[in-house]
Design a protein around this ligand. Structure first.
Ligand code: GMT
Length: 366
């Protein structure tokens, strides 16, 4: 099949997932055309198999906001005119599903039928999509996609309830390449200290204030903290560390050493206010980490309470501390949770999940 994948190119989970999906589909023999405003961070181009098409948005002073959707629709049409495309898969509804719909309508005038698969990732529904200024267009583009998928049951329910959608939404979880993590786990540097890590894009939705407050309260214990990622609240986190004289911590920024850091991690801490699935938590599970996460969104579908880790009420700071303290004082429980975590991660292996998308694509071919 010839497939267009539209995604965000930055470090967010939806872009990472779309990129890994495209790589695997290419391995399965499909030709993938990635479309974004910049080359996605993890994208590996392969001649005639994995291609990248940049969406250029020229600056024009009349516009307060440059019309990205317009440029994206035009780009999709251009690629479809020059290649025999079978379908388009957009990741993150806003504005990708909307732009894909416009492209589909334009292509109809050229007798080209382009089925649209839209994957909802989370904040495209739970934060941005629900906004009164956007919701009509978001609902319209979901209703008019040929297939809609969601990364968790919770996100599916939220979407159906909020938008009153009468369309089927298929749940396909996030996935990881378990072999990549297995190799790293074998050559891992284990430390005597208990290591706690957090990976995110440091947006308010990740509950960075609570995260920092938990770290400050645990600073006297024999622990080390790794904070990975960059985003709007990173400076706030750094100044908090300075002000509270926290020394047992390292900020890694956006690093390509995530697997290495996670493989020496014991506990992965994710106190998100919203999390439709939690790809970062799944990567931590593949690295044999016990999880201490909030119980919001799709996290309870991933982190099984008292088995792979603990689930805590979103802002219940004392409970996070209590659960972490419980794990660091009971090494055998920590070890048991780490093993269960890794076992559960295997259920989300790329070779199990990507064929589900492939079957959906096949169903769309006439
Ligand atoms: O909001 C983010 O953390 C990034 C966002 C994205 O779309 O780039 O991640 C969302 O999609 C991931 C992949 O499906 C999910 O694993 C994350 O849980 C989800 N983030 C939120 O719901 C906050």
């Amino acid at each position: 099949m010839n497939i267009i994948i539209v995604c965000y190119p930055t470090y967010g989970g939806s872009g990472v997932l779309a990129t890994e999906l495209g790589h695997k589909l290419a391995e399965f023999g499909h030709k993938i055309h990635f479309v974004a405003y910049k080359k996605p961070v993890r994208l590996k181009l392969i001649d005639n198999k994995v291609l990248f098409h940049k969406v250029n948005v020229p600056f024009y002073p009349l516009f307060n906001f440059q019309p990205y959707e317009l440029a994206l629709s035009s780009k999709i049409v251009e690629i479809s005119e020059n290649n025999k495309i079978d379908l388009i898969h957009v990741h993150y509804a806003i504005p990708h599903a909307y732009a894909a719909y416009m492209a589909k309508e334009m292509l109809k005038t050229k007798n080209i039928d382009l089925p649209i698969v839209t994957t909802l990732h989370g904040t495209d529904i739970t934060l941005v999509g629900k906004h009164p200024f956007y919701r009509r267009a978001v609902k319209f583009s979901i209703q008019n996609s040929d297939v809609v998928t969601s990364v968790s049951e919770n996100l599916k329910k939220d979407t159906m309830d909020f938008f009153n959608i009468d369309k089927e939404i298929k749940v396909i979880p996030n996935f990881i390449d378990i072999d990549r993590f297995k190799q790293k786990n074998e050559n891992c540097n284990q430390d005597d200290k208990i290591i706690i890590s957090h990976v995110s894009n440091f947006r308010p939705v990740k509950n960075i204030r609570i995260l920092m407050s938990i770290i400050a309260k645990l600073k006297r214990k024999n622990l080390f903290f790794n904070l990975i990622g960059e985003g709007p609240e990173l400076d706030l986190a750094k100044s908090f560390v300075e002000k509270n004289k926290i020394n047992n911590i390292k900020f890694h920024g956006n690093t390509d050493k995530i697997e290495e850091i996670l493989c020496s991690t014991d506990i992965f801490l994710l106190p998100s206010k919203k999390e439709s699935f939690g790809l970062a938590a799944l990567e931590a599970m593949a690295s044999k980490c016990a999880l201490v996460t909030s119980n919001c969104g799709g996290l309870p579908e991933l982190n099984i309470d008292n088995q792979t880790g603990y689930l805590v009420g979103v802002n219940n700071e004392n409970k996070y501390i209590e659960k972490i303290t419980d794990l660091i004082s009971d090494k055998s429980k920590l070890e048991k949770f780490k093993i269960s975590s890794f076992k559960r991660a295997k259920l989300f292996d790329i070779d199990t999940v990507v064929p589900i998308y492939e079957n959906i694509y096949r169903g769309l071919l006439k």
